[in-house]
Design a protein around this ligand. Structure first.
Ligand SMILES: [Cu+2]
Length: 564
């Protein structure tokens, strides 16, 4: 009896320190904003006239309600990158995958609960390249109020971005017409500003103030569209503690390598002599060809200033960023990470229901008739020789739940076929709710001229365990080296060459480098069995799609407006 009482008291104590779940409601007005950047006046599209857009901060377990009002000329959706979307697949915000895009002058309300995730994620527009300027951080605090590391004195969000001097939708359209993908960007940005070293300085610069001796949590997001980036701060080192809102074992480094879509949480102690220190980011270029195409060699800068040091004080020290092609530093960073396993955390599934090998890469294809600026060939990305074709009348999720025929085919190959070239298809792999899928991701060089390059692979709505990775071709003997104990958990992992991943069930996996969007997407449809569909029948999953909501625009099963 005494023991039972003690347990009850302990539970009561825990309850008093744990805030109850809240509903966090925000309104996103997506529209034009004038900006002066790189000595040019342009109109870009942003949320609430901010770039980066507003940071959303929630506590694990909260429900987030975001009203998105589209005042741009483009159909778009808003994606909550890395959120599990448990029972709320309709709110994932991937246009034509989980919803029709929100037409211009229309609105849509996203509702979802954030369960079992802590750390840094982000949100972005999901249509054309609009996410270059329509994005922001999504920070999930632990409900207990405690981190698995010493509580930092403060937090510094660092959103790394990519900037074009042209309308980014035009850049994307041009990339489709030439078949070569979008033109390279004109600058990189840190929290929206290229910094004072950009051409025609004075373009603005982010500055963070720190107190000597205090430790800060940097929440770093790569919101660039295409570029993998190195990030450093002069005179300071980091301890990585999380990536993609999954805790890692502490990893000490003085450089962060981060691919589009990824996030890294890193502790940094202000232990240098009081002064002003540059933060800097530039591209990591992974292409293996001897004559690589041009890339954006710009460097973005920001400043870390110690409290009491004048803003225009002594010159800030500059960090030595790794060379653009430094594969050694990149490999060390990506391959050193292991997952922090705490009691109650998901463990690596020991049995596998589906084993797949997915070969992916870029190849040359004939110019399509509509590619009016295409000269010799078009670049196509594929997974198992399937190049994803977006449906144009109904989203995949709606087709699944309404049983709309002929929207997709359930024939995505489980291993690379002998086909000599990629073919366009809306091809999915059917798995059941609760199935465990193991995938060997094999980076391929299909074309000598295009070679191979790193590709970040992102699972919408799901994380995966990274069991092994290496250079060259996957060897089944590697299975004996799988890390089944504390593998890194990723939502957006970079595949340098091969990686083996294992996860529960999921909607889709795609390259999150938008340049390849022309291109490739493997869709693994999580198709619930009849019983599971019954289980879902009364919850918000169906509710969001099928039933009119007064504040939500509701369309019939045909998407009226396609993204450009
Ligand atoms: Cu995502």
């Amino acid at each position: 009896m005494a023991r039972a009482t003690a347990v009850v008291l302990l539970l009561a104590a825990l309850c008093t320190t744990t805030a109850s779940a809240a509903v966090v409601e925000r309104t996103f007005n997506v529209g034009g904003m004038g900006i002066s950047q790189l000595c040019m006046n342009s109109v870009i599209y942003t949320v609430n006239q901010q770039m980066p857009g507003p940071t959303i901060e929630v506590t694990e377990g909260d429900t987030l309600v975001v009203h998105v009002i589209n005042r741009t000329p483009y159909p778009l959706s808003m994606h909550w990158h890395g959120i599990f979307q448990l029972h709320s697949g309709w709110a994932d915000g991937a246009n034509m995958i989980t919803q029709c895009p929100i037409p211009p002058s229309d609105k849509f309300t996203y509702v979802f609960t954030i369960t079992g995730q802590e750390g840094t994620l982000w949100w972005h527009a999901h249509a054309s390249m609009l996410r270059a300027t329509i994005h922001g951080a999504l920070i999930i605090k632990p409900r207990s109020g405690r981190y698995p590391f010493p509580t930092p004195h403060g937090e510094i969000p660092i959103l790394l971005g990519e900037w074009w001097n042209r309308n980014v939708d035009d850049v994307e359209t041009d990339g489709l017409l030439t078949g070569l993908g979008p033109a390279i960007s004109d600058a990189f940005t840190i929290n929206g500003s290229p910094g004072d070293l950009a051409p025609c300085g004075g373009a603005g610069m982010f500055e963070a103030e720190v107190e000597p001796g205090k430790t800060y949590l940097l929440r770093i997001v790569n919101a660039a569209v295409n570029a993998e980036l190195f990030f450093k701060i002069a005179g300071h080192a980091f301890t990585v503690v999380a990536a993609d809102a999954s805790y890692t074992n502490p990893y000490d480094t003085d450089v962060v390598v981060i691919a589009p879509g990824q996030t890294v949480d890193a502790l940094m102690t202000a232990s240098a002599a009081p002064g002003r220190y540059y933060m800097a980011a530039h591209a990591f270029e992974s292409k293996t060809v001897s004559n690589p195409p041009p890339f954006d060699a710009a460097m973005a800068t920001a400043v870390l200033r110690y409290r009491g040091v004048p803003e225009n004080g002594a010159p800030a020290a500059m960090p030595a960023l790794p060379p653009y092609t430094d594969v050694v530093t990149t490999g060390r960073f990506y391959w050193s990470m292991t997952g922090l396993v705490r009691p109650g955390d998901p463990v690596v599934p020991k049995t596998v229901d589906h084993s797949m090998v997915v070969g992916f890469g870029l190849e040359q294809a004939a110019c399509a008739p509509e590619q009016s600026k295409c000269q010799q060939f078009a670049v196509v990305a594929s997974m198992n020789r399937r190049s994803f074709l977006f449906p144009d009348e109904v989203s995949l999720l709606e087709a699944l739940f309404r049983g709309v025929p002929d929207v997709y085919s359930e024939d995505f190959p489980g291993s690379p076929p002998a086909a000599p070239a990629a073919r366009k298809a809306t091809s999915v792999r059917k798995v059941n709710f609760g199935d465990v899928v193991e995938v060997v991701l094999q980076n391929e060089a299909y074309s000598a001229a295009l070679g191979a390059e790193n590709h970040p692979i992102h699972l919408h709505g799901f994380n995966f365990f990274v069991l092994a990775q290496g250079l060259g071709r996957f060897d089944p003997k590697m299975k004996s080296t799988y890390n089944l104990v504390n593998p890194q958990v990723c939502g957006s992992c970079t595949v340098t060459w091969t990686r083996t991943c294992r996860w529960g069930w999921q909607w889709s996996s795609r390259c999150s480098t938008d340049r390849r969007r022309i291109c490739s997407l493997l869709l693994l449809g999580a198709i619930p069995s009849a019983t599971e569909r019954d289980r879902f029948a009364d919850d918000s999953l169906l509710d969001m799609s099928m039933k009119p909501k007064t504040e939500m625009s509701v369309r019939n099963s045909t998407c009226d407006v396609m993204p450009a």
